[in-house]
Design a protein around this ligand. Structure first.
Ligand code: AMP
Length: 395
């Protein structure tokens, strides 16, 4: 696996695919700059080597050229975060882009216009990829968030740099973190899978059964397992058509010696609302008219014990409806347990959509080992798929 440290960028133009698809408010100000901050170490290393950086990214889902999706809106923020002047060019391919790239001097940074202003980007068009490739000497992919897409700038472009392509620090760190859970992690390995639906996590569960010693199935997903085993779940969310699958998973887990932990009690609410009436009940005895919305106290204790004895922990998906303050306790308690285990030396990776939002919201970001920057890319990695953007660099 080639990384930045395998190259000296002196007098080289690095063409870097970054993921600057950041959220903007109505004044076009960046409201969460995590992705820009995450790309900084890569950019700084190249500049310190004596090279220059050409940054390319997409922003949003424009239909053709739409100014509201222009990357010029974020140029100032990128400049402030890097502490280096950032030149912006209003094209990513074409004459203006070529001139701007050609005249770039060592130590300088150039930001190209939104790649998705051209439909060729998402189509993975070869001609478009070649035009982009002509702008730089070394291709660096540091965009984990789009590594699961075979787009021009994330995958196809790598063909034009047979000997001079590598991962940036961020992407390398993402790959290492996933490998720590899936391949090299110290045992016992634990995966906590929560969230709403079994159907969206099924491929992950199947893939992960070969890698883990413990599996916690929490959140809305757990009710399909409970009902499948004959429990009463009241109005809790459930995928009836996935009950056979749930039983199958439990059987497979047993055969593979994976210990599965499902909540034993829940906070049941009489409405899907923050001010609903609540009661603690056994998860398999939820009264009619009530629904399970968060992990109960016995479950929190049960999960804490499993987390504390694990040396490698993957967390994907909340344990309850954490968006409502009244039902966030289970998710927060799990975050606290994982933070404590991490402090004691465990490796913890949080990834994929809502668990990342929860970790940020409740302030656990610096208390776990690694928070993934890619939602879909992370989920596909956990499903065991080799992402095209990663394969294109490794081959
Ligand atoms: P996912 O995107 O599959 O990780 O699911 C995340 C969503 O699951 C969040 O919006 C949570 O509110 C939701 N969720 C977690 N537990 C429950 C539950 N017991 N009932 C309904 N929704 C839940």
């Amino acid at each position: 696996m080639k990384t930045l440290n395998d190259f000296n960028f002196k007098n080289k133009k690095a063409l870097i695919r970054v993921d600057f698809n950041v959220p903007l408010n109505e004044k076009f100000e960046v409201t969460d700059a995590t992705r820009i901050v995450s790309a900084k170490p890569t950019i700084i290393k190249i500049l310190e080597d004596g090279g220059s950086c050409i940054l390319m990214s997409h922003l949003g889902r424009p239909k053709g050229v739409q100014d509201e999706f222009s990357l010029r809106h974020i140029a100032e923020e990128v400049e402030a975060i890097l502490g280096v002047k950032v030149k912006f060019v209003s094209e990513c391919v074409g004459e203006k882009a070529e001139i701007a790239a050609k005249s770039l001097q060592p130590g300088e940074v150039l930001l190209l216009e939104n790649l998705r202003f051209h439909k060729e980007e998402e189509a993975g068009d070869r001609g478009f990829s070649e035009k982009l490739a002509n702008l730089g000497d070394i291709y660096v992919n540091d965009a984990f968030g789009t590594a699961h897409r075979a787009h021009a700038s994330t995958t196809i472009i790598a063909d034009f740099f047979p000997k001079s392509k590598c991962f940036g620090y961020l992407l390398a760190q993402e790959i290492e973190s996933i490998d720590k859970v899936m391949k090299t992690g110290e045992k016992p390995v634990l995966a906590v899978l929560g969230g709403a639906k079994v159907s969206s996590k099924i491929t992950i569960i199947e893939n992960i059964l070969d890698k883990v010693d413990h599996l916690i199935i929490g959140g809305g997903m757990s009710f399909t397992f409970i009902k499948a085993q004959g429990g009463k779940i009241g109005n809790s969310i459930c995928e009836d058509d996935k009950m056979d699958l749930a039983l199958e998973i439990l059987k497979k887990a047993k055969a593979k010696n994976v210990q599965v932990h499902i909540p034993v009690d829940v906070i049941a609410a009489d409405a899907f609302s923050n001010d609903a009436n609540t009661q603690v009940v056994d998860i398999d005895k939820i009264p009619d008219g009530w629904e399970g919305v968060d992990a109960g106290p016995k479950s929190i204790k049960q999960f804490h014990d499993v987390v504390m004895k694990s040396k490698t922990i993957l967390w994907n998906g909340p344990l309850g409806v954490f968006e409502m303050e009244s039902f966030a306790k289970g998710t927060i308690a799990l975050g606290n347990s994982i933070a404590e285990a991490t402090k004691n030396g465990a490796f913890s990776l949080v990834g994929g959509g809502d668990s990342v939002a929860a970790v940020k919201q409740f302030g656990f970001e610096d208390k776990v080992s690694y928070v993934s920057t890619g939602g879909g890319a992370m989920l596909e990695s956990l499903e065991g798929i080799v992402l095209p953007g990663i394969a294109a660099i490794i081959e």
